[in-house]
Design a protein. Structure first.
Length: 689
């Protein structure tokens, strides 16, 4: 449990994450960035932008800057590459379209705050238009004018452990006059989110667009291989192939053969294509091998179809498989059958004898043995996990596969963010399944260069999230996972639907503004999760002073006030009088718990005085003062005793049985008296007659 005093001010806005936390500038202008770049909301540009940002024409108000510019206006809830934008603002790369400036501003089209990046127009035409005009190009032209500039750009992405994710013939531009090439921006999309299927390598091809995200630049080199083939052959119609067509042809034939079999290509170009379109992730060419080939140091290369090719097929569900990747794909598509099939010895024997990989065969056999033991002991729990582990071992460089769902592990942050921002509950359920099972642990991480460090940070966070995702208390749940994995995401609370709030201090200030406008809603699951994530508080918030009143200590109104109080104390935010008043309004259900009218009036008077001149911490200390509730409890106990005494007296006076007995006794006496009087009267009458 975490008390009000346990937050560490040094950790505010500085939780350990897998990406850099960006200092985002928020201006008070309308459609204006950096005081000189004016966005024209009436001039959208359909040829630029992506899934998470729309492009608009930009007017440069500077008289000494004549560049043609456009603005990327990002979705107010999703910007998956904000840290990359921040990096390239100060680290320019030649021939890459990068942001000149980026700030949050008010966008007049919808009267909401948006993150806007100013970009320079790429010069020339894109390569698709070039093919339409000129037809295919020569290998020498491609090497000199396209290949080397693009490789130099990808080298920069290699150095920072990121992927471009949009290498395709429609996002590479060439100036017909001087043949200078520029690569278009990659910031308006998540990596490979909008890439056509033909540009996606096998390790991510059968993932949903939202789960393709990877930082591995070798996927870009694969896309560069596809660009190379299209430029040399003049054929880009394969970009319209369906997912199933591409999956089947690539998995059965290998990417190189599937793409190039219908066209004649020179032997020199074949070597380059075989390297770039290699389906083995760790063997796919990168800059080093490309430069060696360019300098004639590599002149021949065998066709490598896939991860491994078997000498004979393995039959499953009436289909023959020759590769591990294709088999893993087939097993996932027939999930129920696969859970039984992996308990047999067929796959292990096939891996060992037809593929010759004894190490993988041994690992698969161990997993099968666990499944057989559980089946014979009628223990069905864990069968899903066993199959996930089995598929990850069978195809360690492929995606993580669960029932009806495949994903790159590195796409988990965006999957959760997208699920909340677009209300995709099925995405959140899939994320829960993966977090609950810790399925990412089953992968053999074959990362390259500094991606190992990035993966380790991401995996460490996901490991911690096991303690968070299923907690139904303020500050936790899937909302907490969202902000732990996306440290640069704005708070997704409906309270801030028109604002972009990135820090705890901003939350407090904005809540104060909202309260001044009459909105007394001060807390929801997103706000509590955002604050606790930013303050690096990993335990449930509680109120030690109310330990003797456990039901009261769990009241959501008090927990909400405690979270806001620790936020104000830790960030050093000054008096928030409007927010304090809103907190008091929200405390009505707690105040009504005090049954003694005078004690209740005393508390109301104290907290009303504090709202004008004190902090939320002081307000919390008053409203959680145990002496008030103890006094009320004592008064209530005294009232109960008095009530019991009065009730007992009343019960004695009005007890039914006793009343009947008394009535009978007094009735007899009255009858005797009446009889005596009647007898006396009669006697007197007789004597006087």
């Amino acid at each position: 449990m975490t008390s009000i005093d346990s937050a560490d001010p040094s950790k505010v806005e500085n939780a350990i994450t897998h990406e850099s936390i960006v200092d985002i500038i928020i201006n008070n202008d309308i459609d204006l960035i950096a005081g000189r770049y004016k966005i024209d909301p009436d001039a959208p540009l359909t040829s630029f932008g992506g899934a998470f940002a729309k492009a608009y024409n930009c007017i440069n108000l500077s008289e000494i800057d004549d560049r043609l510019l456009y603005g990327l206006v990002f979705d107010s809830h999703i910007n998956p590459r904000i840290s990359l934008i921040d990096y390239f603002k100060t680290n320019a790369i030649e021939r890459l379209v990068i942001p000149i400036e980026a700030e949050v501003t008010n966008f007049s089209l919808d009267n909401k705050e948006h993150y806007v990046a100013i970009m320079e127009y790429p010069t020339g035409i894109n390569l698709k238009e070039y093919i339409d005009i000129n037809g295919p190009c020569s290998l020498s032209f491609f090497k000199k004018n396209i290949l080397l500039p693009v490789v130099k750009i990808l080298q920069n992405f290699e150095a920072i452990g990121a992927a471009h994710g949009r290498i395709n013939i429609e996002n590479i531009f060439i100036n017909p006059t001087n043949n200078i090439v520029m690569v278009g921006e990659c910031f308006s999309d998540a990596p490979f989110f909008s890439q056509k299927t033909v540009y996606c390598p096998l390790e991510i091809i059968d993932c949903l667009p939202i789960t393709r995200g990877t930082t591995n630049v070798v996927a870009d080199y694969y896309a560069l291989g596809v660009v190379c083939y299209m430029m040399l052959s003049g054929n880009y119609n394969s970009a319209s192939y369906s997912l199933e067509m591409l999956l089947q042809s690539k998995m059965e034939q290998g990417s190189y053969t599937a793409l190039t079999s219908s066209k004649k290509i020179s032997n020199e170009a074949k070597v380059l294509l075989k390297g770039l379109l290699n389906d083995i992730v760790t063997d796919r060419w990168r800059s080093k091998q490309i430069y060696e080939w360019y300098n004639n140091q590599i002149t021949a290369l065998n066709v490598v179809r896939m991860f491994n090719e078997a000498t004979r097929s393995l039959s499953f569900n009436d289909k023959d498989y020759y590769t591990c990747h294709y088999l893993a794909h087939g097993l996932q598509k027939s999930w129920s059958l696969a859970k039984k099939f992996i308990l047999e010895d067929k796959i292990v024997g096939w891996i060992e004898r037809a593929i010759g990989n004894a190490d993988v065969a041994e690992k698969l056999e161990r997993i099968s043995n666990i499944g057989r033991y559980e089946s014979t002991n009628s223990v069905l729990v864990g069968q899903e996990e066993l199959l996930v582990r089995y598929l990850a071992t069978l195809d360690p460089t492929g995606p993580l596969r669960v029932k009806d769902f495949s994903m790159s592990i590195e796409s988990m942050p965006l999957l959760i963010l997208y699920g909340f921002a677009r209300n995709k509950k099925e995405y959140l359920e899939n994320a829960k399944t993966i977090l609950k099972g810790c399925y990412w642990r089953f992968f053999v991480i074959k990362s390259l260069d500094r991606r190992i460090n990035l993966n380790n940070k991401l995996y460490d966070i996901m490991d911690r999230l096991r303690e968070f995702f299923d907690k139904d208390v303020a500050g936790f749940g899937m909302e907490r996972c969202l902000y732990e994995l996306n440290p640069n995401a704005p708070c997704q609370s409906e309270i801030f639907k028109d604002k972009m709030v990135f820090t705890v201090n901003q939350i407090l200030q904005e809540l104060d503004v909202q309260a001044s406008l009459g909105n007394n809603k001060i807390m929801d699951r997103h706000i509590s999760a955002f604050i606790l994530a930013k303050l690096h508080i990993n335990k449930e918030m509680t109120l030690p002073s109310l330990a003797r009143f456990p039901l009261l200590a769990r009241r959501k109104e008090l927990i909400s006030l405690a979270i806001l109080a620790v936020a104000q104390k830790t960030t050093g935010t000054k008096v928030l009088k409007h927010l304090a008043k809103a907190c008091i309004v929200n405390l009505d259900p707690v105040i009504l718990q005090i049954r003694n009218k005078s004690t209740r009036a005393e508390l109301i008077e104290r907290i009303t005085d504090l709202s004008q001149k004190s902090t939320l911490t002081n307000l919390l200390s008053v409203v959680t003062d145990p002496s008030i509730f103890q006094k009320d409890l004592n008064e209530f106990d005294r009232a109960k005793k008095l009530y019991r005494k009065l009730f007992f007296t009343k019960q004695q006076l009005f007890d039914g049985a006793k009343m009947d007995e008394l009535g009978y006794r007094y009735g007899l006496k009255i009858c005797v008296i009446v009889s005596y009087l009647f007898y006396s009267i009669m006697l007197i009458y007789l004597l006087t007659k």
